[in-house]
Design a protein around this ligand. Sequence first.
Ligand code: KIV
Ligand code: ZN
Length: 516
Amino acid sequence: MSQIKIFDTTLRDGEQSPGVNLNQLEKMEIAKQLERLGIDRMEAGFPASSKGDFNAVKAIAETIKETSITGLARSVKSEVDISWEALKSSAEPCLHLVLATSPIHMTYKLKKSPDQVIEMAVNSVAYARKKFPQVQWSAEDASRSDLPFLAQIIERVIDAGATVINLPDTVGYTTPIEYGKMFRYIKENVPNIDRVHLSCHCHNDLGMAVANSLAAIENGVTQVEGTINGIGERAGNTALEEVAVALKIRGDYYKHTTGMRLEEIKRTSDLVSKLTGMQIQANKAITGRNAFAHESGIHQDGVLKHAATYEIITPEMVGVNKNTIFLGKHSGRHAFTVRLKELGYELTEEKLQEAFEAFKLLTDRKKEITDDDLFTILMEVQTDTSAINKYELEMFQVQYGTENVPTATVVLNTPENKRVEKACTGQGSVEALYETLDAIIQEELQLVDYQLSSVGRGKDALAESYVQMIVNGEPVNGRGTAQDVIEASANAFLNAVNRYVIQAQSKQNQKTGTTK
Ligand code: KIV
Ligand code: ZN
């Protein structure tokens, strides 16, 4: 059994999912959980693409020490230099250089001849290796590239110092047999290929990303790239948790393992889903709500007699059903702190106190506090931005009845410290509330998506709302939780607007040189 390396790009390719927009604190939360999950390398962003991405990659490289951190760059010296500044404090800094090699990309996008592309690739890798101990080179759109040309350019970038060669199926076009053959060809036709790790990276446009990645493993790759829950551009990327569990369950066939701590999968999946606002489809393999649910009588009967009749993966293996109820009204600070430690959280004294107070408030309204509830509290506490001027809800009231026109009254404090009160009507209670908030908030707002769900089960479960909005022309998302669905909806709306306000303030501060 040899170990396949897991390269996670949730924070780069995953963050390119339409409507996803994570702030630095959220990226850090995901990075810490990916470290707990035991992945080998994490692509934290594209440092040269924006100041925000640079800062997030830098902070992650400074904090995460068990996992190698990488960042994406194009074949441009200035991008290599900027990436080095962001990544140099990682335990093992790695640069991920990308350059397209397919005829269609070279002709229409790059407007370069194949020889010019080889020159660019070689020069950028040689330059990057002067700084980085690890340089991964990716042939974008490899699966639609000419194989002899691919072999030629790979040989040259390995000579220039690349340590990993990644061959993406950028547009999700290939089939498992074709993708496997491409790796076989490269292994047989690139004389220096044994000096590097060979890596696959698949997109899911035809629903074959996981199958293609497994085919690549069968044909000699030693690294698999992907994201948690398979999020990413268009139809997404390879779902890493599915690859890791397939290798575990079908070890008899694949004869490979990974270093992934499978029992951390559910928690990682939930965190990514919550912070990105991308819900997991109920029947998704491994992490979907129904992945372990047996509905038909025949199946239930079989499972009761012997679980293995219809169950090839146990829920416990991937961290499902660990959500035991353990804390409640009578639990003290000690039990609370111990449980947070078990969940992998070490908070500062101040944040711990804040989290404990939020927990106590919740126990007044909810009898049984689950791990999911604790996660929700922790996310609220850790993404706290109380030092920043933003919109704050002082109070609201919504009147709804089958015989009334739904009406909302809201009192909001604005970033300019003005207290504004307004009332509006709508077709329903959420619409009335959102109309009123919109009437007070100065920014131009457009609601694109609105979702409401419950955290866990039971009548007293917390409500969680997620919105996607366009604020002054910029896409932002927002999340809110509360005991009540209307309050959760108000919180999500304000969270989205405040994320815009905070970003705009920090851009303004950067321009004027002010720090806050
Ligand atoms: O899909 C792709 O080709 C990529 C590269 C940057 C590796 O994401
Ligand atoms: Zn990709």
